[in-house]
Design a binder for this molecule. Structure first.
Ligand code: MD6
Ligand code: FE
Length: 207
């Protein structure tokens, strides 16, 4: 870990944490609108198990998981309609965060919304369903604290812990783009604005 500027930490080459970068009160208003059009749902893994985290999407494409596997689709299988548009405030935030981390011209076409309750977690995974690995992923945390972990290009091995708080933005690019990572089981706590939940928005260039 290396402090680049006040509030800007290089976790490892290509991975930059921007502390308290996002105004999550503003984001929450837009998020409510998005979820009214594309409600949260519990997706199934290809093995038929429900994911503990609930999800939705906005943007031209959305990430889904079902018995056929993982992929991006233009149509929400729950509503049968296109995913709701990505609010311009979301786009601006993602672009500015990418820029602050050293990635120019980031134009996300997909935003995956993850919703965590205390007790839920996200196992170690790579994000590799996108076509262009030169584009970073920008991840915005809202609500209660989470302990994120990064391993490396292989699933096994020691991990680095990164605590993510409301408003923190993590940018994943360069060599770190393909690193395995996940979220430890969330501890019970309460955020004064967002309550006893955590939201994570990940902005991607899927195509
Ligand atoms: C989360 N985030 O923070 C899960 N993936 O809830 C991710 O899986 C993730 O934060 C790719 C890039 C950044 C991330
Ligand atoms: Fe991920």
């Amino acid at each position: 870990m290396k402090d680049l500027f006040p509030g800007v930490v290089e976790v490892c080459p290509g991975m930059v944490l921007l502390n308290d970068f996002a105004d999550t009160a503003e984001l929450a208003t837009e998020l409510e609108r998005v979820l009214a059009a594309a409600p949260l749902r519990q997706m199934q893994t290809s093995r038929g198990f429900p994911m503990s985290v609930r999800t939705s999407n906005c943007g031209q494409l959305g990430w889904i998981s079902d018995r056929q596997g993982y992929r991006y689709t233009a149509i929400d299988p729950v509503t049968g309609k296109p995913w709701p548009a990505m609010p311009s405030m979301f786009q601006t935030l993602a672009e500015q965060a990418a820029l602050a981390a050293g990635f120019d011209h980031f134009k996300p076409d997909a935003c995956l919304i993850n919703y965590y309750l205390p007790g839920t977690q996200m196992g170690a995974h790579q994000d590799r369903d996108e076509m262009d690995f030169t584009a970073p992923i920008v991840s915005v945390s809202m609500g209660i604290d989470a302990r994120f972990f990064v391993i490396g290009p292989e699933r096994q091995g020691p991990s680095t812990a990164v605590d993510l708080r409301d408003g923190d933005v993590l940018v994943f690019g360069g060599p770190a783009r393909r690193f395995y990572h996940g979220v430890r089981r969330l501890k019970a706590s309460e955020h004064p604005r967002h309550g006893a939940v955590r939201w994570n928005l990940t902005f991607r260039k899927a195509r």
